[in-house]
Structures are given as structure tokens and as C-alpha cells.
Design a protein around this ligand. Structure first.
Ligand SMILES: Cc1cc2nc3c(=O)[nH]c(=O)nc-3n(C[C@H](O)[C@H](O)[C@H](O)COP(=O)(O)OP(=O)(O)OC[C@H]3O[C@@H](n4cnc5c(N)ncnc54)[C@H](O)[C@@H]3O)c2cc1C
Length: 404
């Protein structure tokens, strides 16, 4: 009883939580000398540095868990990344080529958004938004006041993930793709990199990308998926083939402002090709030395291109052709769009999941193997859904690890 009370009090304090979890690990592993365990914490691997993985990693670290985060890309953010490009004349250009902003309605997510706002990681983007009808060639529904606040990362959408990946207790490894997850006889996970490198053993794993167990991983990389679903049979049916919508993003930089456009973000009505457009350089904290716009294609247009070119990384010829087609549609709006000095397309093969696989649970969870699967595909296809899912995964693991 005394021990139980001490445990509850200690779990409310970061340092004590750390020591408590270390103590639990020692007790469960006879090979570890408990007298030298003061600085050894429970180890968890988080796969992916998008917002769900980054939120989860940070929450686990705050609870005293030692987190190693693996990200196959060069930097953090996933679909909240920021792209750095160079123009032909050597100008550095930044684009939020994934999510342009996010909105929040859930109170738990609002609380973290306010915390990020107070730390200067996000700001509200206050502009007029609207929609443009490609048949009448007129702007409709120009909102003077948006119904939901639009938040953007400062100075780029990736700023939140970057800060979370750098928090104390999180060791982040970029450019390290996970190729294999194995469950060992001593009840730990062993991780291997895509290059075959042994990445160590962990008491628990959080995977924040749906491709980890999907045939899509094989279609894109030609390799078997990292997670063999026979290891998590209860999750298998949900994870097998999650439907997605693709999207192409077009990054454009102009020497002069597009003065014929009365709003800074708008959706397209009656276009087969374009769905959305926003002025990236008019977000708070961005450089305004050039006028930068990002356009999104419709899912149907992207599906048509992928049907012809396949799921593998698109060639530069494909991306050049897509860039021209999207730009021509923009120009045909009659909005008096000049030729940009920079133009490049990017493909998001899985931009938006079209199913939500965990609903109320918010993440998939195998308690026996301490395996959590999180991401927007568990809740809703947006930043808020991904944050909720990352929080749920951290809470499942923290609860279970504290009882080891
Ligand atoms: C064009 C576009 C527009 C959008 N617009 C909006 C919007 O307006 N508002 C909004 O709220 N949301 C929007 N979204 C959706 C939003 O970006 C996502 O819902 C959210 O960012 C998903 O976060 P996540 O953590 O679930 O996944 P991701 O961001 O996809 O993170 C998964 C990470 O895992 C990494 N990874 C995958 N496999 C491995 C592996 N084997 N080893 C290591 N790392 C791996 C990936 O590289 C990636 O970084 C948009 C998305 C796109 C693409």
C-alpha cells in the first residue's frame, strides 16, 4: 500500500516518473544489475516525425520514457514539412507544400495549440479566404471572418514537429528508415534500418505511418512491409489496406504580388484539376522578398496521373508535365497570372486517408506487445486528428510501461 501511494505521487513529477519507470524496467529484466540503473529509462522507439509521432514522442519523454525517434526523411514534419528550394538565380525559397494551416475544435488540442502559440511555435493566420468559380470566373463567398482560427507554424509548418523532436528525452534520428520490426523472445522489439543496420532493442514501439504493414509499402519500395502483421493479428484487418487520396502540390514564386486576387487562400469550384490555392509568403513570419503561392490538385487529377505513371517516385519529366498542367489551369482562370520565376510540382501519394480506423480509441493498440499505431488515418484526415492520435498512443504506452 505504501509503495502504491508513493508510485502515484511520484508519477506526477517528471524526475520521479523517470526513476520509477527505470525501477520497473530493472525489476522485469533479470539480466540488468539494478544497482547501476539510476540513469537507464524505459526505451521506446517512435517511427515517424510527422505531427502524430512528434506529439507522441514528446508526451512520452515528459513522462520519463527514453524515446528514440526514427524518420526516413531528412527532416521533421511529414505532411507538415517545409520545402527549401533554390531559384535559378540563387534565391532561397521556402514553401509549406503539405498542410498549409490547421484548425482546432477539440479542447485537448486547443490546449496544446495555445501552449505552442505562447512559445512562438504557431500563430493565427488572419486573412480573407474564399472560393473561386472557374465557370463564372468570379470569387464567391469571401470570408471576412473565418469560422475557425487558422494556425500556421512559425516560421514554417514544420516548426512544431522540429521543436517536439528536439525536446529533452527525445533522441531524433533523421534519414533512418525502419525496414523491419521484430518481436524477440525476451519480449522486446528489435528494429532494423532499411539499409540493414541494427538500430537496437526497445520496450515499446509507436508507428505513425500506415504504410508500415501495407502492400503499398511493397508497391512503392519493392520490399516487404517492415511490420509482419502475424505479430499483431488483432490489428491486421484494420491495417491491411487503408484507402487514401493523392494530391499534387505546385510551388510557384513570382517577382510581383498577384494583385488581381482579393484573398490569400481559396478553393476552386468547377475545376477538374485544381482544388486549392494559397499565398504562402503572406503567412505570419515568412519572408516576403518574393510572392510564393502553393496550389493543390484535385484527387481525381492526381489519381489519373498515378494510374499512368505508377506508385514509384515520379520522374522529373512527370513532375514537369504536372507543373505545366496545373499552372495552365491557374492561368486559364482569367486572373491575369504572370509567368513565375520558379515553378515545381511535388507528389503526395497518400495525402489524405479516406477512412478512420480507430475512431473512439484514436490509435491501434496491442498491450501485450506494447505496440501503438497512430496517425491521422486513425481519427480524421487532418492535423487535429493526427495530434489526437499521437496523444492517445502516448497515453496507452505510459500506462502500460508504468506497470511493467
Ligand atoms: C497537400 C496537403 C494538404 C493538407 N491540408 C491540410 C489542411 O489544410 N489542414 C489540416 O489540418 N491538414 C491538412 N493536411 C493533412 C495533414 O498534413 C495530415 O493529416 C497530418 O500532417 C498527418 O500527420 P501524421 O503524423 O499522421 O502523418 P505524416 O505527417 O505522414 O507522418 C508520418 C511520418 O512517418 C515517416 N515514415 C514513414 N515510414 C517510415 C519508416 N519506415 N521509417 C521511418 N519513418 C517513416 C514519414 O516520412 C513521415 O514523416 C494536408 C496534407 C497534404 C499532403
Amino acid at each position: 500500500m505504501i509503495i502504491q501511494l508513493w508510485s502515484i505521487a511520484a508519477l506526477n513529477d517528471h524526475n520521479y516518473r523517470y526513476k520509477f519507470l527505470s525501477f520497473c524496467v530493472c525489476k522485469s529484466d533479470p539480466s540488468i544489475d539494478t544497482t547501476t540503473m539510476n540513469n537507464v529509462a524505459t526505451k521506446v522507439a517512435v517511427v515517424g516525425s510527422g505531427i502524430s509521432g512528434a506529439v507522441c514522442a514528446s508526451a512520452l519523454a515528459k513522462n520519463g520514457v527514453s524515446v528514440t525517434l526514427f524518420e526516413s526523411a531528412r527532416g521533421p514534419g511529414g505532411r507538415m514539412s517545409q520545402r527549401r528550394e533554390m531559384s535559378e538565380d540563387g534565391k532561397e525559397l521556402f514553401f509549406d507544400h503539405g498542410a498549409p494551416f490547421f484548425s482546432v475544435s477539440n479542447t485537448d488540442v486547443l490546449r496544446v495549440a495555445h501552449e505552442w502559440e505562447s512559445k512562438g511555435l504557431v500563430a493565427e493566420w488572419k486573412e480573407n479566404f474564399g472560393s473561386f468559380d472557374c465557370i463564372s470566373k468570379k470569387f464567391l463567398d469571401i470570408e471576412q471572418e473565418a469560422p475557425n482560427r487558422k494556425y500556421v507554424g512559425l516560421p514554417g509548418m514544420n516548426s512544431i514537429c522540429k521543436a517536439l523532436c528536439n525536446e529533452t528525452g527525445v533522441e531524433s534520428k533523421f534519414g533512418v528508415g525502419i525496414g523491419r520490426l521484430e518481436w524477440l523472445d525476451d519480449e522486446k522489439w528489435s528494429l532494423t534500418g532499411l539499409d540493414g543496420q541494427n538500430l537496437g532493442c526497445f520496450n515499446g514501439v509507436v508507428v505513425s505511418d500506415k504504410s508500415i504493414a501495407s502492400p503499398r509499402f511493397t508497391d512503392v519500395t519493392g520490399r516487404p512491409p517492415p511490420l509482419d502483421l502475424s505479430l499483431a493479428p488483432e490489428l491486421a484487418s484494420k491495417l491491411q489496406d487503408i484507402p487514401v487520396s493523392p494530391c499534387f502540390a505546385l510551388m510557384l514564386a513570382f517577382a510581383e504580388p498577384l494583385s488581381s486576387i482579393p484573398v490569400k487562400g481559396f478553393s476552386f469550384k468547377n475545376s477538374e484539376i485544381l482544388s486549392w490555392s494559397h499565398c504562402d509568403s503572406r503567412k505570419p513570419g515568412r519572408s516576403s522578398t518574393s510572392e510564393r503561392w502553393v496550389l493543390h490538385s484535385t484527387a481525381n487529377y492526381a489519381r489519373g496521373v498515378i494510374a499512368q505513371t505508377g506508385l514509384q517516385k515520379p520522374s522529373s519529366a512527370t513532375l514537369t508535365k504536372v507543373a505545366e498542367e496545373l499552372f495552365q489551369e491557374f492561368q486559364s482562370s482569367g486572373l491575369n497570372i504572370p509567368r513565375p520565376f520558379f515553378m515545381k510540382a511535388h507528389r503526395w501519394g497518400s495525402a489524405f486517408p479516406t477512412a478512420s480506423i480507430a475512431r473512439e480509441e484514436k490509435c491501434l493498440w496491442d498491450g501485450k506487445k506494447r505496440l501503438a499505431i497512430c496517425g491521422d488515418f486513425c481519427v480524421s484526415p487532418n492535423v487535429e486528428g493526427a495530434i489526437l492520435s499521437g496523444m492517445a498512443a502516448a497515453s496507452k504506452l505510459t500506462e502500460t510501461l508504468s506497470c511493467l
